[in-house]
Every structure is written in structure tokens, then in C-alpha cells.
Design a protein around this ligand. Sequence first.
Ligand SMILES: Nc1ncnc2c1ncn2[C@@H]1O[C@H](COP(=O)(O)OP(=O)(O)OP(=O)(O)O)[C@@H](O)[C@H]1O
Ligand SMILES: [Mg+2]
Length: 453
Amino acid sequence: MAKITVQFTCAECGTTSGRWLGKCPGCGAFGSLVEELHGSATERSVAALKPVKLGAVRAEEATRLSTGIAELDRVLGGGLVPGSLVLVGGEPGVGKSTLLLTALGAIARDGRRALLVTGEESAAQVSLRAARLGGTDSVEILAETELDAVCATLEAERPDVCVIDSVQTLHAAALGSAPGSVGQVREAAGRLLRVAKEANVATVLVGHVTKDGAVAGPRVLEHLVDCVLQFEGDRYHEHRVLRATKNRFGSTNELGVFEMTASGLVGVPDPSELFGTTRAGEVGAAVGCALEGTRPLLLEIQALVAPTDLAMPRRVGTGVDPKRLAMIVAVLGRHAGVALASADVFVNVAGGVRIEEPGADLAIALAIASAARGAPVREGVAAFGEIGLTGRLRQASQAERRLEECAKLGVAIVVVPDGTTARSAVRLARAETLRAAIAAGLEPRERSEEAVA
Ligand SMILES: Nc1ncnc2c1ncn2[C@@H]1O[C@H](COP(=O)(O)OP(=O)(O)OP(=O)(O)O)[C@@H](O)[C@H]1O
Ligand SMILES: [Mg+2]
């Protein structure tokens, strides 16, 4: 029998040590030693194995488990893959437990075995939530934090789906460190990965996120699992967005939108209708069409331009990349005659959605230009397109998809970069430069008393 020993390994350079040290003797990094379990391999004799041809490997593609939540299935790439390991991260209180309990309920109602391992809440607490959500009577529950016990249960019971809420509460007795520490989380994820593959249990780990939004624990956790989902959204806002940041079985660009209600999370199948409307004549608001995976999304983008005495005026974006925002503000100033050097610029994307693709540039620029000039965006106008540093517009990807979405929601005119073609029944206003796009998108009237520039 191989002897299990505890070793400390440097996360930076891999140097090992028998005891914990503050400074790695190998690379000199501080606090990088992590506790790990090692089985000594001295007495093991290893037989050579025979590789097989990839063509001879049989796999059934059509065996995905539907979670009963259409938006979650979409983000997973069509449902849970049996035996896969999924990590769901999100800020405290965003609704991770709610979402997964709802999914387990639907899976159990479908006649499959669904197990919830809860380390954070007691069984009684979960039952209170279950009563509020309804339809979760057949979900099995285990209140346990001991890693060995959890793994043994999974191997013996072999449920179809298991949710671990959360991976930070699991505790391997052989390691001396506290639950939630890097060594513990890594050990838990590694063990669960093996059990998930061997017992063919689709396992969902709930993970906490750090202040800057990354899943807490080592980066290696994200490498281990098959799929990393981020659950985002304002805790004080009822809309939540679920996106995949890694997916071995599907696209990572898909987006699921939910609304938090008293009876749980409800999927929003048509978020454009919800987020993509502005009030006619409102200064500083524009509608953009961003593409999230295969899903075009109309979004209201709001901007505020306020005079400032600060030497370095502020550019604050909620839901937009700060670097892109700074770039758009600079291009507006240099190439479109919208001077913002002595003004603070605030930009906000409706519904707590975060835009990460350049196709939304033009709508952000229109909102800022509208706020700066005090002229509203023309009624029924939406815009999309990438802004280049020279002030020229570049075509956005999958324009036809976006235009279809605009047509569906009754947008009258879409301001697009030159060269964009349309088959949809929607009128286009093509513009070569940002300056021309602003002229096409904004009402000509300028209320100078409100204008900053
Ligand atoms: N009665 C209720 N009516 C409406 N919304 C509720 C109600 N009870 C809870 N919620 C919502 O559920 C959220 C908590 O959900 P949940 O416990 O699933 O979050 P979580 O992500 O698992 O949090 P944690 O990280 O603390 O485990 C609350 O922030 C609140 O928005
Ligand atoms: Mg929770």
C-alpha cells in the first residue's frame, strides 16, 4: 500500500519541501508554498499500457442532461455532459444556490437522481429555500463538509447530477490547512474530478469569487474543470447574467439572462425587449446591438458628461471595459469634434450586462456625444460598429444577425459602418467615419445651455 505523505510545493516554481516555509528556497517567492498530498511510488510496479486509435473510441454525443432551465442549458452548450465537472462562480448572494437548486429540482422531476451536498447551509435552511422555489421534493440532500465522506457517497450512490455548495467548505482531513485554502480547494477539485469521471456523475461546484471577480482559489481550479460559469449582476438589481468563461463542450460566448423573483430565478428568453429601449428625446441614451455568442442583444447605453475641475477627468464605465471607454473618449475628441478634456464621463449599460465586444463602440460613442452636446439620439435609432483609432468605422462581425434582432424589435434606422449590407427589412444609415455616424444618429438641435463642450 502506497504511503500518503504531506508535502509543500511552491506554486511558482514547483520546489517541494517537507515543511512549510515562508520563502521558497527555489525561487525566493514569499508565501507560495502550498500543502499537497503525495502517495510514495517506491513499491509500485507500473505495467505498460496499450494506446488505442482515436477513431476506435466510441462516444455518444446526444446524451446531454437538460437542466430544465433553458438559459442554463444554452450557456452549458446544450445541457450538462454526464461525468463533467462544472464550476459556477459568483458574488455572494447573486443566486448561485437558487439557480442550482432549481436545476436539481427539474432534473429530479425528470426521473434522474439529483444530489445536493451542502456545506454552507444546513439541510433545514435549504429546505426553506426549497419551499419557496417549489418542485424540489425529489432532490436528495447531504449536509457534509468532509471530502472523503462526500467522495465515498458519490461513488456508492452514483447520482446523475451532484451539486457541491460550495467547494470552499470541503475539507480533506489529511491536509492540515483550513477549508477554503489553496491546498484544500485544489485537493477537493482534483478528487471530485476523478470521482466525477469514474462514477459518471455530472458534478457542479459552487465557487466563491474574489473582490476583482475571479473565482477564488488557485487558477488551477479553472484548468481542472470542464466548464467555468460566471454568475454576474447587481445584487440590488433583479437581473442576473450567466456566462461561460471556459467550456470544453460548447461556445464560451453564450449568455443566459435571468430575473430574480420571490419564487426563484426566471429565465428571460428575450432580453433585448427588456434592456434595449430608451425613452424618445432622452439626452445621453443610445441603443446598441452587442453580440453575445450566438445571441444578439439590444442594450440601452447611458452616458453622463459633467464639467469638472479635476486635472485628470474621470472616465467611469459600468459594464464597459475602461480601456475601450478611454479610447472612445479620445477618438471622440480628436476625430469627431466632441471635446471632453474638461469633463467627467460616466457610462452605464442597462441591466447589469457587461459588454466585451467592440461592436458596441458606436453606441457608446453616440450616448457620450448625445450627453456632451445635449442633443438626443433620433427616435427609433440603434447603432453598432467598431471605432478605429483614426476615427473611421470598422464593420462589426455578424452584422446580419444584429440587424435581424433590430428588425424584430421595431428599430426604424440602424447606424452602421460603411459597407454593411442588409437582407433584413430595416433601414440603414451608413457612415464612414465617427463624425458622420454622430451626424446621422443625433438630432440636429443643440441645446447649448446643457452642452458641456
Ligand atoms: N423571498 C425572496 N424574494 C425575492 N428574492 C429573494 C428572496 N429570498 C432570497 N432572494 C434572493 O436570493 C438571493 C440569494 O440567493 P442565493 O442564496 O442563491 O445566493 P448565493 O449566490 O448562493 O449566495 P452565497 O454566496 O451567499 O451562497 C438574494 O440576494 C435575493 O436576491
Ligand atoms: Mg449559496
